[in-house]
Ligand binder design. Structure first.
Ligand SMILES: Cc1cc2nc3c(=O)[nH]c(=O)nc-3n(C[C@H](O)[C@H](O)[C@H](O)COP(=O)(O)OP(=O)(O)OC[C@H]3O[C@@H](n4cnc5c(N)ncnc54)[C@H](O)[C@@H]3O)c2cc1C
Length: 455
């Protein structure tokens, strides 16, 4: 086990007692590799469908060590870059079905946490998406048009005054409101899911990196570790960006790092300068967006903007970057000059896994013994619960409405190899950030090309 408490504010601000590592060989029905939201929700959904299933989950470090314990804590309906892009990608019928499945999943997360008494500061304040530049106004309108086309009643248009009433910043030009989005303490949620899985009889081992998870003789799979092997009928790869270590998956994935800064606690008087009474999450409409939210203990979390690509998958050297933390603080000060006396107190980063279509993918590796569920591209908090239900249906050989959704039916496409992929993504991002930082004017023709490739 490493210094996991230092990897994010969430992983360190509440006490945690990890469980022990694997000790010897085991046999099970299903072995899960990875103890983030995907592995945990999948284990829970499978057990709820068939309590007799014997499930073993192996986590390399501690539960929530990856993105699940480091994220912004926004559980949103978003599975693509936005609702307009989802419609462009899969057409209106599939986009509507996918969106409604996400609405239901968010209700279920909230209900589950309540039923299981998970203390993860879960609130249901909705989501404010705002424009803070002229080029972003158009993207707000595109979302609203798409939502109207799909007949969705959960998106509401807001003018600049209405946005500024919700959060006092002169930078807000217009926006939309979406009902039903949750905010969570992500590490506390992951730890609560671990307890819920163990109550159902799932055997969880931490500090147990899987060296290989492969087909084995007799139609079985085997997860090999330094401390023993787990033989099972089927296996789930739930390691998200860390799946870069698996050659059969690496070609479909890219790893970028997402960054977060967190202020000190604001006083009541400082909060009164920004309003924010609904304490909802806020995202802007930059191409490389920002996300901000209040925390239960009265801080402002400020994340997004730069997202460098790592050619070789997750690499702890990306976990801290003072230059990027400084750029985040810059936009925080630009947005809230009235909070000049509020200091930044924490900063961290984590690996985000993406596929060509910026949407999670759930599918079988050759032979239908090993399933993978990954690639949420920075939007996995809510969708990992939906992915867990899809994993359940696929593992139990059931064809359901969920297995007909794009997260299952859209197959991943191969990307260029590591260093070339990183060079393309990093160059593209630099151009796109220029567009963002100049209100849509900078970047030149290459930026236009990068924008086109995103769609
Ligand atoms: C800074 C940041 C901010 C984000 N903000 C948001 C947000 O606000 N809303 C949102 O929806 N999404 C957000 N995301 C994305 C979201 O956190 C992820 O999509 C989601 O947590 C993915 O969960 P997961 O379980 O698939 O992967 P992970 O949480 O990464 O879990 C994978 C696990 O596998 C383990 N592992 C790796 N290798 C092995 C091995 N060999 N053997 C065993 N175990 C292994 C890792 O230790 C890790 O615990 C953010 C991500 C980051 C990094």
């Amino acid at each position: 086990m490493t210094d996991y408490q230092t990897r994010s504010y969430w992983l360190g601000h509440k006490p945690y007692e990890p469980t022990g590592r694997l000790d010897g060989d085991l046999s099970a029905d299903i072995v899960i590799m990875g103890g983030g939201f995907t592995g945990l929700w999948s284990a829970i959904q499978l057990k709820d469908a068939d309590p007799a299933l014997d499930i073993v989950l192996l986590e390399a470090n501690v539960i929530g060590y990856g993105a699940s314990g480091r994220n912004g804590g926004f559980a949103m309906t978003m599975v693509e870059r936005n609702i307009a892009q989802l419609v462009r990608r899969v057409g209106p019928e599939q986009a509507r079905a996918q969106h409604l499945a996400m609405v239901e999943t968010l209700h279920e997360i909230e209900q589950f946490a309540r039923d299981e008494e998970i203390d993860a500061d879960i609130t249901n304040p909705g989501l404010l998406t705002i424009s803070n530049g002229p080029e972003q106004d158009l993207r707000i309108q595109q979302d609203l048009d798409a939502a109207e086309k799909l007949g969705l009643s959960d998106f509401h248009e807001l003018d600049g005054a209405a946005c500024q009433e919700l959060v006092h910043s002169e930078r807000l030009r217009c926006g939309h409101w979406e009902d039903g989005s949750l905010l969570v303490d992500p590490a506390a949620l992951a730890r609560g899911l671990k307890a819920a899985a163990m109550r159902r009889g799932v055997r969880i081992y931490e500090s147990t990196p899987v060296d290989s998870l492969e087909a084995a003789p007799g139609g079985r799979v085997e997860a090999r570790t330094a401390f023993g092997a787990v033989s099972a009928d089927r296996g789930l790869i739930a390691t998200n960006a860390y799946a870069h270590a698996i050659p059969a998956l690496r070609k479909y994935l890219f790893t970028i790092y997402a960054y977060i800064t967190l202020t000190e606690r604001l006083t009541d008087e400082q909060w009164s300068r920004v309003g924010w009474e609904k304490r909802m999450g806020v995202e802007d409409k930059r191409i490389m967006p920002h996300f901000h939210r209040p925390t239960a203990d009265g801080r402002i979390l400020w994340g997004g903007r730069d997202a460098p690509c790592s050619a070789h998958g997750p690499d702890p050297k990306f976990d801290r970057d003072p230059y990027i933390f400084g750029r985040l603080e810059e936009t925080f000060r630009w947005t809230f000059p009235q909070l000049h006396d509020v200091k930044m107190e924490h900063a961290w980063a984590g690996p985000v896994c993406g596929t060509y279509n910026v949407m999670a993918t759930i599918g079988w590796l050759k032979g239908e013994r090993l399933l993978y569920a990954l690639g949420y591209a920075g939007h996995g908090v809510g969708p990992s619960h939906l992915a867990g239900k899809m994993v359940r249906d696929l593992m139990l050989d059931q064809k359901t409405q969920l297995t007909e959704l794009p997260m299952v039916t859209l197959k991943p496409r191969a990307l260029p190899p590591g260093p070339l992929k990183a060079a393309i993504i990093n160059t593209g991002q630099r151009l796109l950030m220029k567009v963002d930082d100049t209100g849509g004017k900078g970047g030149g023709p290459l930026a236009k090309l990068a924008l086109k490739l995103l769609q």
